[in-house]
Design a protein around this ligand. Structure first.
Ligand SMILES: Cc1cc2nc3c(=O)[nH]c(=O)nc-3n(C[C@H](O)[C@H](O)[C@H](O)COP(=O)(O)OP(=O)(O)OC[C@H]3O[C@@H](n4cnc5c(N)ncnc54)[C@H](O)[C@@H]3O)c2cc1C
Length: 364
């Protein structure tokens, strides 16, 4: 039996992938008590805007997500996959120039387009550097996806609603039993809470708190995601999700006045429209200092695996890397070095090490 600890995006996608392979799975989750996924906007976007580059492995991860989530919809009897273009306001002249240069190339033409849009000047402030459209983007409604998957797991009798604690030594871990059955492996998918585990706190998580607002805005009439250094994601009925903030020093799930003010200031910088705040949520992203997932088994306890560190891009990364994880477990195909936790083996025994990478260390 495979135990998956945590039913966030990571645990859910991995459980579905393992089940598809006929593996026996138990999913243990504490009712999303510390869930990044339940707060996330669930967006995917192939483009990094600053210098108009493709996001890491964009072609591969997008191909995989475009097959994984639509296939999961009928299985889970729910609708959560929403392809949606991004309406990007260029941030500066360099971005506009690089966009124009790269758009016709073979590499970028599937993703970048010009648009014939004429944004209403009564609603949008000036587009000094122009705007463009990103294709093959969208969002997964994660609360709907997770709720449907939870129901599916419960229906199969494989969901345990409980707090899970890892055994504290290797012997106990190797002899671990669940519901009277021996356990082949435990896969830690507890999101940022894994960073507190004595087993895994040697891994250089660089956790990032994030906040989003839900707002009502009657004048926008958007049917695409608007992005101008922040995003407005249409939810229907004049409601939009607005986000997101990045805070590298706080590690709690409390919404703050600072984040609200930061997001509202961005809104006012780019839009003239009336806006009403409906709600605010905060979560902690399981980000890693080198910005790559954390996959593999613990160097001192081979029954203990990890599928975590999905950072800011869980929706894009989870389907492909769940496949990679299974190919490694069952077919012996080596994990790519970039995601294998073996890259941090030399940190064993340390707590919260700092990696020598040019990772963001911005503090408020
Ligand atoms: C404000 C914000 C906006 C974001 N926007 C996006 C976005 O647009 N696109 C995108 O791809 N990503 C986004 N993310 C990141 C995204 O949330 C993560 O990549 C992803 O959801 C992480 O999933 P996870 O399953 O690893 O962790 P989590 O979602 O945190 O799931 C962990 C689960 O384990 C449970 N758990 C923890 N400890 C225990 C325990 N001891 N026992 C039992 N259960 C336990 C938790 O309650 C939770 O249900 C955003 C995050 C935030 C905070």
């Amino acid at each position: 039996m495979n135990i998956i600890a945590g039913q966030g995006l990571a645990g859910t996608v991995l459980a579905l992938t393992l089940l598809e392979r006929g593996e026996e799975v138990r999913v243990i989750d504490n009712g999303h008590r510390s869930s990044s996924s339940m707060v996330a906007a669930g967006l995917w976007n192939p483009i990094v805007f600053r210098r108009i580059n493709k996001s890491w492995l964009a072609d591969e991860v997008i191909a995989e997500l475009e097959s994984f989530y639509p296939a999961a919809e009928p299985l889970l009897n729910a609708r959560f996959f929403h392809p949606m273009r991004i309406f990007r306001k260029h941030g500066n002249a360099l971005e506009a120039r690089l966009w124009a240069e790269k758009k016709p190339t073979k590499e970028f033409s599937p993703y970048l387009a010009n648009d014939g849009r004429n944004p209403d000047p009564a609603v949008y402030k000036s587009f000094e550097f122009g705007h463009g459209t990103v294709n093959r983007a969208g969002y997964v409604d994660l609360p709907v996806f997770l709720a449907a998957a939870r129901k599916y797991f419960a229906g199969k009798g494989i969901l345990a609603e409980a707090e899970f604690a890892l055994p504290d030594n290797a012997d106990a871990l190797n002899n671990f039993r669940f519901e009277g059955k021996s356990v082949k492996r435990i896969i830690d998918c507890r999101g940022y809470k894994t960073a507190e585990s004595p087993w895994f706190r040697y891994l250089p998580f660089g956790l990032t708190k994030g906040e989003v607002l839900t707002v009502r805005c009657k004048d926008l009439n958007l049917d695409e995601v608007f992005n101008a250094g922040f995003f407005l994601q249409p939810l229907g009925n004049d409601l939009y999700r607005m986000g997101a903030t990045f805070n590298w020093s706080d590690r709690d799930e409390e919404p703050t006045a600072e984040a609200r003010a930061e997001l509202m200031a961005k809104f006012r910088k780019h839009l003239n429209a009336e806006v009403e705040i409906i709600s605010q949520k905060a979560g902690v992203r399981p980000t890693v200092q080198d910005r790559r997932p954390l996959i593999g088994c613990h160097p001192e306890a081979e029954k203990l695996c990890i599928f975590n560190g999905l950072g800011t891009k869980g929706v894009m990364l989870a389907p492909l890397f769940a496949k990679v994880f299974c190919a490694w477990l069952f077919e012996g195909i080596p994990l790519p070095d970039e995601v294998n936790i073996d890259r941090f083996r030399s940190f064993l025994g340390q707590e919260s090490p700092v990696v020598d990478y040019p990772a963001p260390r911005k503090r408020k």
